[in-house]
Design a binder for this molecule. Structure first.
Ligand code: SAH
Length: 362
């Protein structure tokens, strides 16, 4: 009775029960259930959490993004009403850093309202604590945010969205599922027929891939992207997507689980660790390239250098102590070095077609 409580997330039991009732679930359903339980119950971010995102590395990241936004706002003729929409704002750190910077342009600050697309009630509360003075509004999905001139920012949002996995086995493509073995009390990988028409999911060039090849597809990401494209076209403004991923669609299993800043087994503790997949930028781009102007994708390192992270670091240097200078250098390195976040993370922007804009960073 007084023994140590087993560490399990309630979703683990729920997921096993659902598999018992309905049979194995797709990798996407597994990611979705584990993810919403994770973001609802855990404190994922920062040094004490499971992973460190760019805004948690340094305030410079959000400051640079704000400068990028203000630059476009100025070029588009300083519209009087601007919605700043963030998808998956996490702790709220990025929005706070952006808004603090935007405040140094009173005309822009006066135009901006803050809109947060967040599904986790727990993170909403955290965001409220940090961002109250900006009177943010919350939404469960982008579709619910009113139309209107907007900047849309998504940092490490798409990587959390569910992917389906397909495996080439026995000379044909099958879908990967997650089952549950009640004797061993563990989740297991399984294969089965897919409810998707394989010919519409697997790109032609991969159709006859070798045995064991894995292909990932995220229909949810594509529909979010479509909505972003629709908004940029209709309402004007810009969208900036930063995430870790690849610029050419490839084969391979990119699902990963992270707990306390270490890789963990994807199936082991659903709801207690962060599960993500690489973002396929090329496919995201292909969904909207007829609708809007696309800039990039480029690497996060190049993007930040081109929009002046070096100059920003030098400005901060002027009033910094020795330790602060070392912190600035460390943050700069972490955000831009190819061996750190610089290469793996990519940045891509969307603006309305047919405008004479210089979109910085690309
Ligand atoms: N952008 C933040 C946090 C990234 S983590 C940062 O850079 O630090 C992913 C965020 O997306 C979390 O806030 C999570 O709750 C949210 N999220 C995940 N899936 C979502 C969905 N389908 N709709 C809205 N928000 C979602």
């Amino acid at each position: 009775m007084f023994g140590k409580k087993p560490e399990y997330a309630s979703c683990e039991i729920e997921m096993a029960a659902r598999i018992g009732r309905k049979g194995p679930m797709t990798v996407a359903d597994f990611m979705e259930m584990a993810g919403s339980s994770y973001y609802a119950s855990q404190s994922p971010f920062g040094r004490a959490g499971d992973f460190i995102t760019a805004p948690e590395v340094s305030q410079i990241f959000g400051e640079m993004l704000a400068l990028w936004i203000v630059d476009i706002w100025l070029q588009i003729g300083q519209p009087k009403k601007v919605q700043l929409i963030e998808l998956g704002p996490g702790n709220g750190t990025l929005m706070e850093d952006m808004m603090r910077t935007i405040e140094t342009w009173p005309a822009c600050r006066g135009a901006v309202s803050v809109h947060l697309v967040e599904t986790s009630p727990r993170l909403r509360r955290q965001q409220e604590g940090l961002l109250r003075k900006y009177k943010p509004k919350w939404y469960s999905k982008l579709e619910d945010v009113p139309d209107g001139f907007s900047f849309i920012v998504a940092n490490e949002f798409f990587d959390a969205l569910p992917v389906h996995q397909f495996i080439r086995k026995g000379g044909r493509w099958q879908e990967r599922y997650v089952g549950f073995d009640p004797r061993k009390n563990e989740f297991i990988w399984m294969l089965g027929e897919s409810a998707f028409d394989i010919r519409t999911v697997i790109p032609k060039k991969f159709m006859d891939s070798k045995e064991g090849s894995i292909f990932e597809s995220s229909p949810v990401s594509l529909s979010v992207m479509e909505e972003i494209g629709r908004r940029v076209k209709k309402n004007n403004g810009a969208a900036l997507i930063i995430d870790y991923g690849h610029t050419t669609p490839g084969l391979g299993d990119t699902l990963q689980a992270v707990s306390k800043q270490r890789y963990a087994s994807v199936l082991e503790k659903p709801g207690l660790q962060d599960i993500t997949a690489h973002v396929d930028f090329e496919t995201l781009k292909s969904i909207v390239e007829n609708t809007v102007e696309i800039h990039g994708p480029t690497t996060q390192g190049k993007f930040l250098e081109k929009i002046g992270i070096m100059q920003r670091a030098e400005t901060l240097y002027k009033n910094a102590t020795g330790q602060q200078k070392r912190d600035i250098d460390a943050a700069h390195h972490r955000l831009t070095a190819p061996t750190e976040m610089g290469n793996l993370f990519k940045a891509m922007a969307l603006t309305r077609k047919g405008q004479e804009l210089h979109v910085a960073g690309f």
